[in-house]
Design a protein around this ligand. Structure first.
Ligand code: NAD
Length: 437
């Protein structure tokens, strides 16, 4: 049985730890955040992720999964050490690698026997070599460890499913022995089909950035098509649908909306752009995806301003949905942050409601009214804006909402409400890229 320590118990570390335990490994999830670890030891899960609580509880009972704030001890007791700390956007768009290097130093200080060092965090191309060099400079014995790049592709909201039934697992290493250990960690996955791709370290690191940037590009592309649809009188849903039927294009990530957010796409695109600049290679497509995305966020605010006759001063707006997408409580880089801040800046007042993410958004924005249910949020407001595609918002009681409001404005930035219904209830409304009545 592989003994694995995961360093960093955030969205990726926790899901990876639970998933690897489910695969039959013995896993310690370690984090320097003591409060988080204490909570996990009390069965309090720090993030919202469907199915996660159950799998954690089952694997804890089977003694395959444990939590510790003693990172050193977790490393000492394990043979495979997975780095899953954050790599947020740093200066000039570059990935901030300080958490990764700090984790690598702790590993170097605690190499009591041969260990495999695995990076799951998204790190710039070349980081694997830097991490290896850093550890080597401290231990002076290159035989004590091998290095693997094993980027993660899970999506928040369906993270467990993505981890347990992945489209692909990338194992980037120079070392055959390391590859075999990793194959063993992921053993249940290749009993029926083999999703594992063996690459060099640099190729593995590049695969992650290339994949995220491509998906972000696709979103920015369909958003710009949606914007053009509005002007030329075409319906973006029909366009996207028909495009998606083409197997070369596929229907995934062709949903127009308020611009992408989240903890990955915005920072990973900036990081890739920064890598390309440092290497004197132009990446105009990535640059364009970032610009188009910023424009899309602005465009949503402009739509709202147009709907309220050009002035948000003293207008009360209900924001429905705060997380960057449905089924997660993650609000990092969420488009609703830009929307809320713009409304406040222009003198408006915000009532906010999210089925799960109120608490997370409160850490980012304090001076708005958070509501426990959506009908409280729409009370006496001039306008309602849907920012996240939660299922709860797909079947709104529009009559009840309209009666509670003082105005009649509705902006659906996710295109999840029927335009016929909005029209028949008497809303003045807008959405993204569809022909209005
Ligand atoms: P996160 O911020 O949710 O979690 C990071 C955790 O690491 C925190 O709990 C923090 O306390 C801990 N930490 C920081 N330094 C530490 C140290 N020295 N020792 C132990 N713990 C430490 O981050 P995340 O969203 O899980 O992302 C982690 C990495 O995975 C990033 O590189 C990200 O780009 C990548 N990734 C994220 C996703 C996603 O959907 N969130 C998907 C794929 C890849």
């Amino acid at each position: 049985m592989n003994k694995i320590a995961i360093i960093g118990t955030g969205y990726v570390g926790l899901v990876t730890g639970a998933g690897m335990a489910e695969f039959g490994n013995k896993v310690i999830c370690a984090d320097i955040d003591e409060k988080k670890i204490n909570n996990l030891n009390l069965d309090i899960i720090p993030i919202y992720e469907p199915g996660l609580e159950e799998i954690i509880s089952r694997n804890r009972k089977n003694n395959r999964l444990s939590f510790s704030s003693n990172v050193k001890e977790s490393i000492l007791q394990s043979d495979v050490i997975v780095i899953a700390v954050g790599t947020p956007e740093g200066e000039d768009g570059q990935a901030n690698m300080s958490f990764v290097f700090s984790a690598a130093e702790t590993i170097a200080d605690n190499l009591n026997n041969y260990k495999l060092v695995v990076t799951k965090s998204t790190v710039p191309i070349g980081s694997g070599r830097r991490i290896t060099k850093l550890i080597n400079s401290k231990v002076n014995n290159s035989k004590l460890f091998d290095y693997v790049s094993n980027p993660e592709f899970l999506r928040e909201g369906s993270a467990l499913k993505d981890f347990l039934w992945p489209d692909r697992v990338i194992i980037g290493t120079d070392c055959e022995k390391a590859y075999e250990i990793m194959r063993n960690v992921y053993r249940p996955l290749y009993i029926n089909k083999n999703p594992i791709t063996y690459t060099s370290i640099e190729t593995a690191e590049m695969i992650k950035y290339a994949s995220n940037s491509f998906l972000a590009l696709k979103i920015s592309y369909i958003n710009e098509i949606a914007n053009l649809c509005e002007t030329v009188g075409a319906d973006v849903h029909k366009v996207a649908n028909a495009m998606g039927q083409d197997g070369r294009i596929s229907d995934k990530f062709l949903h127009p909306g308020p611009g992408f957010g989240g903890s990955c796409f915005p920072k990973d695109l900036e990081a890739l752009l920064s890598i390309s600049k440092n290497n004197n290679v132009k990446m105009k497509t990535v640059e364009a995806a970032i610009i188009a995305n910023n424009n899309q966020k602005k465009r949503m605010v402009e739509k709202l301003i147009d709907l309220v006759d050009g002035d948000l001063k003293n207008k009360k707006i209900a924001i429905l949905g705060l997380s960057f997408k449905a089924n997660t409580d993650d609000v990092r880089e969420s488009s609703s942050i830009y929307m809320i801040n713009s409304i406040i800046k222009k003198g408006g007042i915000v009532n906010a409601y999210d089925p799960i993410a109120n608490k997370e958004m409160y850490k980012v924005i304090k001076n708005i009214q958070y509501c426990d249910n959506l009908y409280d949020a729409v009370n006496e407001v001039d306008a309602v804006v849907v920012m996240t595609e939660w299922n709860e918002f797909r079947s709104l009681d529009l009559n009840r909402i309209k009666k509670k409001m003082r105005g009649n404005i509705f902006l659906d930035t996710r295109n999840i409400i029927s335009m016929d219904d909005l029209f028949s209830v008497g809303f003045v409304y807008d959405n993204v890229g569809r022909i209005k009545k």
